[in-house]
Design a protein around this ligand. Structure first.
Ligand code: C2E
Ligand code: CA
Ligand code: CA
Length: 654
């Protein structure tokens, strides 16, 4: 081999060494760690080295060996001390520092032990001492290649430093056995290099594979915790984070859990498509991130629900955060050129007030959310213990409501609506009653909302209309029947046909039916509502706007739909807040009625004063306990008969 070929080969193996060294830092650190593991093997090596060198020094009686033995002992002890002090997991030291400290000790130790062996040969000490020192040095050199294969440069460096002095001594002695020893030493280097590299590669590859699978596992864990649409954490991620946050909550701090539900998001999805739906969710997610304090945890809880938890100082701060979230979501968002208005209902539970563990907090925030939705959406409700009691009662009602119709526990009562001019009954409003075998008489306010949420209202509403129509068919022609209608009844397929059928079967003229609806009806699906109202009003059915003044009180609906009546809510007539303001409102509505040729009904008249008041304000009809409570059908018939009887003599006189 000529010199340039040799140089190329050397350069080649050097660059290979470099390449091998260009390892990923984490793998490298693990490999460097192998240098420091098992300090006991280091201790055994040190003990052997020190003992053999001392024996050689004492038995030879030569000063040179005494010096070398002293140097070797100092190095061995220093290395051991360094290894014990410097933990490989010590993150304050870089991998390179750890490696360097090891290198300095290892190389100097290897060189001294090799040199000592070389001198025992060269100076021709006794055969026993030569064997002892040579065995010690070569065993160390070969053994270290296996032990330090994790850092092959160090391992081979050590072997070379052990071998070189021995090689030099053997060549210098120059006898045939010694020359062959030199040859053996030369062969030892590539042989051990190949073994060391093989061990190193196996070691490195298995560490790298372990690293890789750990990294993949980490990634999988991350994916499993992440919501794909918004990039927020999902339910699984939240469950984990919430527990951590509760555990790490500083003393005196509160945790507020907000459960957010987008109102009517299903419509966005159904009408505009899932892509737009996803964009809305994404936009909502980024708005939530903007409107909550730093460090808040935000999760998408599936569908259109989000859960946020935030550390707060007090309840006031939680209220502030909730209103910021509301404001942020309500700002119209531009999605693919369309301006969309989104609103949300929010339920809030606080730790420690409303619960001290994740499950209770979530459950209570959910209950509060439910209340926010029932109370008309677009609002925030904070959890209160009464909500839990309500829920239990609701569940019971829900379970029993379906069978109540079949078991004949429901009946319909009729409350007269009276002409304020003549004092005559112009119509009766049908009001449902539930005579529960255990709970006694239940008011519709308790079970109608449950019926609406569960969908039972459709069956229940049809039953009420059919029953009431049968009763009303027995009344004089000029007395009409008013029936309350829930928005959900309208959305059921064939809703208008159902009502017309009921009328036909009862033989009641459609013009004698009046459907009372509230403004909430118009918040929902317009096309279905419009079709329903126009179908029925074409057939002659009349419509009354119920509970006017409690909702939006929008005049737009009065203008758009064929209402013949507006019913002013009883809170303006006999509620605790009646006064000059409510009087002014009654006046205004009454005036509007007379201009638009609509009847204005004052609900909830309980006293003579209230009656006088609403009559003076211009209301044309009245309803309330002052005239009569809602009564069973036979009493309603009696009231009508009484009225006719009262009329008879008057007519006779006239
Ligand atoms: P609403 O339509 O506003 O019905 C009038 C309510 O006011 C009735 O309560 C009636 O008993 C009560 N009321 C009448 N006069 C007075 C008074 O002078 N003072 C006071 N304080 N209250 C008076 P009710 O029967 O408990 O019904 C409550 C609500 O339940 C109704 O309010 C209506 O929204 C709903 N509801 C009742 N029956 C039905 C029904 O058959 N179908 C549907 N969908 N809803 C119904
Ligand atoms: Ca009503
Ligand atoms: Ca009403």
């Amino acid at each position: 081999m000529d010199r340039s070929a040799l140089a190329r080969k050397l350069l080649g193996s050097l660059s290979r060494l470099k390449r091998e060294d260009a390892l990923d830092e984490r793998v490298r650190r693990t490999l460097v760690r192998t240098l420091y593991t098992q300090p006991s093997s280091l201790a055994i090596g040190a003990f052997n080295g020190i003992m053999s060198s001392l024996i050689v020094a004492i038995w030879s009686g030569q000063q040179l060996f005494a010096i070398l033995a002293a140097v070797l002992s100092v190095i061995a002890i220093a290395r051991l001390a360094a290894a014990l002090r410097m933990s490989s997991d010590d993150s304050s030291r870089t991998t390179r520092q750890l490696e360097l400290v090891y290198e300095v000790g290892a190389f100097s130790y290897a060189f001294v032990i090799g040199t000592m062996a070389a001198f025992t040969l060269y100076l021709g000490l006794s055969a026993e001492l030569e064997v002892l020192m040579m065995a010690n040095a070569t065993c160390y050199g070969v053994g270290i290649c296996a032990r330090n294969a994790g850092r092959p440069t160090i391992a081979l460096g050590q072997l070379t430093l052990v071998v070189l002095p021995i090689l030099a001594a053997a060549v210098a002695i120059g006898t045939t056995p010694m020359l062959f020893l030199a040859f053996t030493m030369v062969l030892l280097l590539p042989a051990m290099a190949s073994i060391t590299f093989n061990v190193f590669k196996t070691l490195r590859d298995s560490i790298a594979a372990a690293e890789q699978s750990e990294r993949m596992a980490q990634q999988m864990r991350k994916i499993a915790r992440t919501d794909v649409v918004t990039g927020l954490i999902n339910r699984a991620g939240l469950n984990q984070d919430i527990v951590e946050k509760i555990m790490g909550l500083p003393e005196g701090q509160m945790l507020a859990l907000f459960w957010i539900d987008l109102d009517r998001f299903k419509e966005v999805n159904d009408l505009l498509g899932h892509q737009i739906g996803d964009r809305v969710l994404l936009e909502t997610a980024s708005r939530l991130q903007e409107s909550t304090p730093e460090g808040s945890t935000i999760a998408r809880f599936g569908g259109d629900e989000f859960v946020i938890f935030v550390e707060v100082a007090d309840r006031r701060e939680a209220e502030r955060v909730a209103s910021e979230i509301q404001a942020e979501i309500m700002t119209p968002m531009r999605v693919s050129g369309d301006l969309l208005e989104v609103a949300a209902s929010i339920g809030v539970a606080l730790l420690p007030e409303d619960g001290i563990d994740a499950d209770t907090l979530l459950q209570n925030a959910d209950l509060a959310l439910y209340h926010a939705k029932v109370n008309g959406r677009k609002q925030t409700s904070f959890y209160a213990p009464s909500m839990s009691r309500d829920l239990v009662r609701r569940r019971e009602i829900e379970a029993e409501l379906r069978s109540a119709i079949v078991k004949d526990e429901l009946s319909i009562f009729f409350q007269p609506i009276v002409d304020l001019e003549s004092g005559k009954i112009r119509s009766f409003e049908a009001l449902v009653r539930w005579f529960h075998p255990k709970k006694g008489e239940l008011r519709p306010d308790e079970f109608i909302p449950v019926a609406e949420e569960t969908g039972v209202i459709v069956t229940l509403g049809n039953w009420i209309t059919a029953r009431a129509a049968k009763v009303a068919a027995q009344w004089p022609e000029d007395v009409t029947l008013a029936v309350n209608l829930s928005p959900m009844q309208i959305r059921a397929p064939g809703a208008s046909l159902g009502i017309l059928n009921a009328l036909r079967q009862a033989n009641l003229d459609p013009r004698r039916l009046e459907l009372e609806v509230t403004e909430s009806l118009f918040m929902d699906d317009h096309t279905a509502t419009d079709a329903f109202i126009s179908d029925l009003s074409d057939a002659g059915v009349q419509f009354a706007l119920d509970d006017f003044g409690t909702g939006y009180s929008s005049l737009a609906y009065i203008q758009k739909y064929p209402f013949t009546k507006v019913k002013i809510d009883r809170s303006f007539v006999s509620g605790p807040d009646v006064g000059t303001k409510s009087d002014a409102i009654i006046h205004a509505v009454a005036e509007l009625g007379s201009k638009l040729d609509m009847e204005i009904v004052a609900e909830g008249i309980e006293t003579m004063d209230q009656l006088r008041n609403v009559r003076e304000a211009g209301c044309t009809l009245g309803q309330g306990y002052h005239f009569s409570r809602a009564v069973p059908d036979y009493l309603a018939t009696m009231l009508l008969a009484q009225e006719r009887d009262d009329d008879a003599p008057k007519q006779a006189i006239a």
